[in-house]
Design a protein around this ligand. Structure first.
Ligand code: DAH
Length: 345
């Protein structure tokens, strides 16, 4: 190894001048590449005698540093001729649009219901999905041995104490929470997920969604309930819609009713959606049982109220004639894409 070789290359590095990125890259390969001249000197250095290593080691390293610094400097200053790795596209071009998703049918229906009742002056309230027996059953006047408390229907989280913890089986639990915490008069709707220990089929699922409604004030009557539900049905299913109330039973309302809307597909003539009856059942309702008011500390002599509850999957099924509940939960893009496109945020 000769000192001149190092000095000569150092001079070469110092004099290096490149106009384009390609020239810089060529120079880098010539000097520092696998077969580059500086790399070759390092190879040669390995065979140098031990006592000579000191003499060549430092200048050799300095040469390498100088070459790398020079290449970096040239790279920065050379004209971009398209040979560098940098972006080749025209960055001022407008970007590709992202395809918009669509909202889930259950979300669409929930939003419609919330919007309608907001117009009527209702607030929206939410409550926990993991609830206790008190809010789901006890305060709603379910007798201790009522079948709905049965293990068959209810998912228990911890069953072994006085007030078991469970997954709520209906959003009526939120009306109890509203009665406990809100100032009278109360006007709320409570949308949310509910859970029941059901075998999954086209008509039943272990998770579904409900909206609960509650109105408590002085002098609230069954006529008010009927009027509220008629107005709701007409907003939801169209101005021609009529409703029909059939007597029913719920532990938390007295009297209780199941409410049908006129079939908006056949307009009462009878079709396979309404199974030839001209009517579609959409919700349960009634006057809040005085026991329920009292259980949450409301004076049932002074106040009365009505409540109603409906299943969102069912309403969406009627609206879009979905024939299998399982579609809602399977995230099949072909199904989800059938519904209104989400608005741009
Ligand atoms: N909680 C009932 C259910 O899950 C629905 C319901 C019926 C709610 C009548 C009410 C009501 O508030 O008054 O089937």
């Amino acid at each position: 190894m000769k000192r001149e070789d190092i000095d000569q290359l150092l001079a070469e590095v110092g004099a290096l001048d490149c106009k384009t990125q390609k020239e810089v890259e060529d120079a880098r390969v010539r000097l520092l590449g696998k077969k580059g001249s500086i790399t070759a000197l390092f190879e040669e250095f390995r065979t140098v005698d031990k006592d000579q290593k000191k003499e060549f080691g430092r200048p050799l390293n300095e040469l390498k540093q100088a070459a790398m610094a020079k290449i970096d400097e040239l790279k920065e200053n050379a004209a971009d001729d398209g040979s560098s790795d940098g972006p080749k596209e025209d960055l001022s071009m407008p970007g590709d649009g992202l395809p918009l998703g669509s909202r889930h049918p259950v979300s669409i229906v929930r939003q419609q219901i919330v919007d309608i009742f907001r117009k009527f002056g209702y607030d929206v309230a939410e409550g926990p999905e993991i609830e206790d027996d008190h809010h789901v059953f006890e305060a709603l006047n379910f007798p201790p041995n009522h079948p709905a408390r049965d293990m068959q229907d209810t998912f228990f989280v911890s069953a072994g104490h006085l007030n078991p913890i469970l997954l709520r089986t209906h959003t009526s639990s939120v009306q109890v929470r509203a009665m406990e915490t809100m100032k009278l008069p109360i006007r709320v709707i409570c949308p949310g997920r509910v859970f029941r220990n059901e075998a999954i089929s086209a008509r039943a699922h272990c998770i579904f969604h409900q909206v609960e409604g509650l109105y408590i004030d002085e002098n609230v009557t069954f006529a008010d309930l009927k009027q509220a539900l008629l107005l709701f049905a007409r907003e939801m299913f169209g101005p021609e819609t009529s409703i029909r109330m059939r007597p029913s039973y719920f532990p938390f309302t007295e009297p209780s009713t199941e409410v049908d809307v006129s079939c908006n597909i056949c307009h009462g003539k009878g079709c396979n959606v309404c199974k030839g009856t001209g009517w579609l059942e959409i919700l349960g309702a009634g006057m809040v049982d005085p026991n329920v008011l009292e259980a949450s500390g409301i004076d049932s002599k002074k106040y009365s109220g009505f409540a109603f509850g409906m299943g969102l999957e069912r309403i969406a099924m009627l609206k879009w004639q979905v024939n299998d509940l399982r579609h809602y939960f399977e995230n099949d893009m072909r199904f989800l894409g059938e519904f209104e496109t989400a608005p741009e945020v």
